[in-house]
Design a protein around this ligand. Structure first.
Ligand code: ADP
Ligand code: MG
Length: 241
């Protein structure tokens, strides 16, 4: 059994079918890059996997539990699968530590002391233990994104979904965030990441998914997908002829 099983998943917004039958099985510890043009359905796919969007057809199961339409189930799913966005979405009026504590105490009902210990541990893990009492606006964008990663990790997810998490950063701040992701990958975290960082994808990912018009158009190890694209669409996307 795979950790995440995506079978014939469809998603429509009104008359607009955005996902047209996605199949993808993710093994534990796999790091998968999702690439493709804007509008190809990458974000929608991630949002469906952690239950932020309901699917219109097919099925998604995470660690053997089927994603069903009921609210209770969506809530449990969101607890199991972490997601990090392009915008860090930290609460500006809370300290860094407070941000990492909050979702644990509110969503997971973790006791305050335990949540604080976990927050310190995860902030250490992303190299920001010393910023526990700082406020988000005192941090660089790269540091804020690392806090967002620590916040997701504090929920002890079984997989992490990353949606263009370096796209809003100044170029000189991208590396520090990718270094954290690289470490998580090395530690065996299961990662699905929508990214434009092709070099990173080539170095770190086990497989690359190229999405085109709501479908998995090509999929394979990075060496194959990047060096030997099969379809004109992927060739065009990669700028090779
Ligand atoms: P990508 O992340 O690959 O750029 P998206 O998944 O964001 O693509 O979007 C795919 C398509 O779905 C786009 O045409 C977009 O306009 C549409 N879409 C995404 N979210 C919504 C929504 N909440 N309501 C209506 N249409 C949406
Ligand atoms: Mg997107």
């Amino acid at each position: 059994m795979s950790l995440i099983e995506i079978t014939e998943v469809r998603k429509s917004f009104g008359p607009n079918e955005v996902l047209k039958g996605i199949n993808l099985d993710v093994e534990p510890g796999e790091v998968i890059a999702i690439i493709g043009k804007s509008g190809s359905g990458k974000s929608t796919l991630l949002r469906c996997i952690n239950g932020l969007e309901m699917i219109s057809g097919g099925s998604i199961s995470v660690a053997g539990a089927q994603l069903l339409d009921d609210q209770l189930h969506l809530k449990t799913l969101r607890l199991k699968v972490g997601m990090i966005f392009q915008q860090f979405n930290l609460f500006p009026h809370l300290t860094v530590g407070g941000n990492v504590i909050l979702s644990q105490t509110v969503v997971k009902k973790t006791a305050a002391k335990t949540a604080e210990a976990m927050a310190r541990k995860m902030l250490d893990r992303v190299g920001l233990g010393h910023k526990f009492d700082a406020y988000p606006d005192e941090l660089s964008g790269g540091q804020q994104q690392r806090v967002a990663i620590a916040r997701a990790l504090a929920m002890e997810p079984i997989a992490l979904l990353c949606d263009e998490i370096t796209s809003a950063l100044d170029p000189e701040l991208v590396a520090e965030v990718l270094a954290v992701v690289r470490e998580l990958a090395a530690e065996g975290m299961t990662l699905l990441m929508v990214t434009h960082e092709m070099k990173f994808a080539r170095d770190v990912c086990s497989r690359v998914v190229f999405m085109h018009q709501g479908r998995v158009h090509e999929i394979g190890p990075p060496g194959e997908v990047f060096s030997n694209p099969q379809t004109p669409e992927l060739k065009q996307f990669l700028g090779v002829h």
